[in-house]
Design a protein around this ligand. Structure first.
Ligand SMILES: CSC[C@@H](O)[C@@H](O)C(=O)COP(=O)(O)O
Ligand SMILES: [Zn+2]
Length: 206
């Protein structure tokens, strides 16, 4: 019998919660199913203590397909997951968390992308270049989440990003991958790079 993907999300959320990236109900995780629908965390749940009833299944067009009870609402940021799955057919998991470092580095640029240091860790994003010059796309944090989703959709449809990650200023990072394990690894790498950038500033390295 195959593992219910919701259990994978529960384990991942517990791990990220322990790392301090999903405190106070922050963040949302989703996994796509072979029929194109996806399970996403319910809104406002404590991500360190998710159970099977803390997930909603959403159709590609955003319609709710399964929910434990009508009062359980999908993540407020479902439209962002929808945009990612629509843009990237290979994406099977999309993870979004809030770390302190992600918020700090979002101020290291005033523009719409953040230059990343040429660390070996970038190979984990599939960037096999000597001294890679990579930028992470940065988006404004609107109160209306569908506005963020449509900004992401418009920009990436015109110019796809060079890595599977984006930053929302003063908010957090979102990654996507062809498996939940891949998304976990991308998230850990992105957060490592953010920690490095904050630490590098402290010791005067740019
Ligand atoms: C701590 S509230 C954060 C929310 O506004 C949001 O940004 C978030 O990541 C979680 O929203 P949710 O609706 O629980 O998926
Ligand atoms: Zn968020």
């Amino acid at each position: 019998m195959s593992t219910d993907p919701r259990t994978i999300l529960m384990t991942a959320a517990g791990h990220f919660y322990q790392l301090g990236w999903m405190v106070g109900t922050a963040g949302n995780l989703s996994v796509r199913l072979p029929d194109g629908s996806f399970w996403i965390t319910a809104s406002g749940r404590h991500k360190g203590q998710l159970c099977m009833d803390d997930f909603i299944r959403i159709a590609p067009d955003g319609k709710v397909l399964e929910q434990p009870t009508p009062d359980v609402r999908p993540s407020a940021e479902t439209s962002i997951h929808q945009a990612i799955y629509s843009l990237f057919p290979e994406a099977q998991a999309c993870y979004h968390v809030h770390s302190i470092e992600a918020n700090l580095v979002s101020h290291f640029t005033t523009g719409d992308s953040l230059p990343l240091p040429p660390l070996e860790m970038l190979k984990g994003f599939g960037l096999w270049e000597e001294n890679p010059q990579v930028e992470m796309p940065v988006f404004a944090n609107h109160l209306q989440v569908p506005q963020i989703a449509s900004d992401i959709y418009e920009r990436f449809q015109a110019v796809p990003p060079s890595l599977n990650a984006l930053l929302i200023r003063n908010h957090g990072v979102t990654v996507w991958a062809s498996s939940p394990e891949g998304a976990r690894n991308y998230l850990e790498i992105a957060e490592y790079i953010f920690r490095y950038m904050v630490a590098a500033r402290k010791v005067g390295i740019e």
